[in-house]
Design a protein around this ligand. Structure first.
Ligand code: SF4
Length: 155
């Protein structure tokens, strides 16, 4: 079992959602479902975030903004695609302007299906993301320790 050293913060990016999944994310954050009980905090600043939640399918206009938001999140980071649109393009995937899901642009760690994704599923996806985030953090620490030994050995 792994334990988080700090509260994970999330940032939310709406690619081209109908707002259905976004409302469910808000429901997950607010007291009825209360995802904050896991120490999760919603932030508007990607530089403070650990987990990126993406809703909506990807079109040409949101490729660069999504890459930009992703690039600003410090490592380690985890991406959760919320809803079938963010997962695969959903019902819009055959549209002329739709490229598909979030993983057409950035790597995705967790897929949460549904239209709209239910708050319980979103919480489940975020909790899964927490485990992946901690694994990535441990791998980064191990790699840094290995690099430090290598550097120390060559001095
Ligand atoms: S999955 Fe459904 S509710 Fe969510 S953004 Fe797509 S159409 Fe809207």
């Amino acid at each position: 079992m792994t334990y988080l050293k700090k509260s994970p913060w999330i940032v939310h990016y709406n690619a081209s959602s109908c707002n259905g999944c976004d409302i469910e994310i808000l429901a997950a954050l607010t007291p009825v479902f209360d995802v904050e009980r896991f120490g999760i905090v919603n932030t508007g600043n990607p530089k403070h975030a650990d987990i990126l939640l993406v809703t909506g399918s990807i079109n040409a206009k949101n490729i660069e903004p999504l890459k930009n938001v992703y690039a600003q999140i410090p490592e380690p980071k985890v991406v959760v695609a919320i809803g079938i649109c963010a997962t695969s393009g959903g019902i819009f995937r055959e549209c002329y302007n739709i490229l598909g899901g979030t993983d057409k642009v950035i790597p995705v760690d967790v897929y949460v299906p549904g239209c709209a994704a239910r708050p319980e599923s979103i919480i489940d996806g975020v909790v899964t993301a927490l485990g992946i985030l901690e694994q990535k953090r441990l791998r980064m620490n191990e790699k840094a320790a290995t690099e430090a030994v290598k550097v120390g050995g060559t001095v």
